[in-house]
Write a protein that binds this ligand. Structure first.
Ligand SMILES: NC(=O)c1ccc[n+]([C@@H]2O[C@H](COP(=O)([O-])OP(=O)(O)OC[C@H]3O[C@@H](n4cnc5c(N)ncnc54)[C@H](O)[C@@H]3O)[C@@H](O)[C@H]2O)c1
Length: 348
């Protein structure tokens, strides 16, 4: 008779279905706000984490990345892809899954879908950065690029910053229609725009969230007035940017992990020693965020492993709160830890 798995064999698994149940049982706005708290907590203890630029495998179609980190007690990583051409072929641009494990014995403690979770953590990270960088009292956000991430961004800025208006634009009007439809009952005033210029008119915050595998110019220099906050998400790979270089030269630039952002972010267009501020220093109070009304602040976001670690930590903490998970028979666990072969033989 086949041996039955022991308790040590089972690892909690959050499927897509259960991730959606977790979000709905807590409420999307609440999840976004709570996740900001988790990310902020980890940014405050940034220095103790293991950090490395993500391991990227590039192809002409896209990229597949592994994003590892550890706080000394828990290790985490995310598998994520980025394929801008996918959408036209019926696939998503970004999909992901992730793992948390115990550092002391290496056993996994959580497997989770992370396609939805990446959208949540990216929106939460953007909103967290904007708390420190956006002009006080900002109420209007321009949202350029109305794909998978768009509504999550808008809702996070509403929940965390209190924006009440979002001006949306995409080169594909169907994407804008989709976003407007999904945001119709959000309480946000949603203005569909037919040019990027219209979208940024009067906006204190400009989010660029497009997908195109090239040095794109979503914003030109003359489009960006003094005092705005730019939340640039879509430029996140070598040769894939969204902003004209001149905007960078007029902005105070805030980044996650410079070693990774210099390879992947908007600042790949600048000299390697161009001055940037690390966001964790702003969050922990050792560097200034926005310091004047006229300043242009730029969050050059590429997505860093610690944000995924925070998001996975958040999900782990919701397992007992919501009960929405299953257990996977994931770790082969022989009665005698050395007798792996015997376990296989007895299963014959
Ligand atoms: N920084 C991060 O942490 C992070 C996290 C997730 C995704 N991303 C990046 O964000 C981007 C958006 O992701 P997504 O999942 O929403 O992708 P998506 O493919 O679902 O949506 C992208 C949208 O951009 C639009 N677009 C392309 N070129 C445009 C242009 N010139 N002007 C206006 N709109 C344009 C497309 O029509 C599409 O609707 C991707 O580049 C992705 O790699 C970054």
């Amino acid at each position: 008779m086949s041996p039955t798995p022991s308790a040590l064999a089972f690892v909690p698994f959050v499927s897509v279905d259960n991730m959606m149940k977790i979000v709905h049982s807590i409420g999307l706005n609440e999840v976004l706000k709570e996740m900001v708290g988790y990310i902020e907590h980890d940014f405050r203890r940034w220095e103790l984490f293991d950090k490395t630029p993500r391991v990227a495998s590039h192809s002409k179609e896209g990229v597949i990345e592994l994003m590892p980190t550890s706080d000394g007690e828990v290790y985490g990583f995310k598998y994520v892809n980025g394929h801008p051409k996918n959408m036209s072929e019926g696939f998503q641009t970004v999909t992901a899954f992730g793992v948390l494990a115990r550092v002391d014995n290496g056993y996994p403690v959580l497997f989770s879908e992370m396609t939805i979770l990446t959208a949540l953590r990216t929106a939460a990270t953007s909103a967290m950065a904007a708390k420190y960088l956006a002009p006080k009292g900002a109420r209007t956000m321009a949202m350029i690029g109305n794909g998978a991430q768009c509504e999550f961004q808008a809702l996070a800025f509403q929940a965390v910053l209190g924006i009440d208006t979002v001006q949306i634009y995409d080169i594909d009007p169907q994407a804008t229609e989709k976003a407007a439809r999904n945001l119709a009952d959000s309480g946000l005033k949603v203005i569909k725009c037919s040019t990027p210029h219209e979208a940024i008119e009067g906006a204190e915050i400009i989010t660029t969230c497009t997908a195109d595998k090239q040095y794109a110019t979503i914003l030109t220099d003359n489009m960006v007035g003094p005092g705005v906050h730019i939340n640039a998400i879509g430029g996140d790979c070598p040769g894939k940017t969204e902003l004209h270089r001149d905007i960078l030269l007029r902005s105070d630039i805030f980044v996650e992990y410079p070693e990774q952002t210099r390879i992947e972010g908007e600042i790949q267009q600048l000299a390697d020693d161009h001055q940037v501020t690390e966001l964790w220093e702003v969050v922990s109070g050792t560097a200034k965020g926005r310091s004047s009304e006229g300043q242009i602040t730029l969050f050059d976001s590429v997505g860093f492993a610690i944000e995924d670690f925070s998001a996975l930590r958040y999900v782990r903490d919701q397992l007992s709160r919501t009960g929405f998970f299953t257990e996977l028979d994931m770790v082969a666990d022989p009665d005698d830890p050395r007798d792996l072969h015997g376990m296989l033989r007895r299963a014959q």
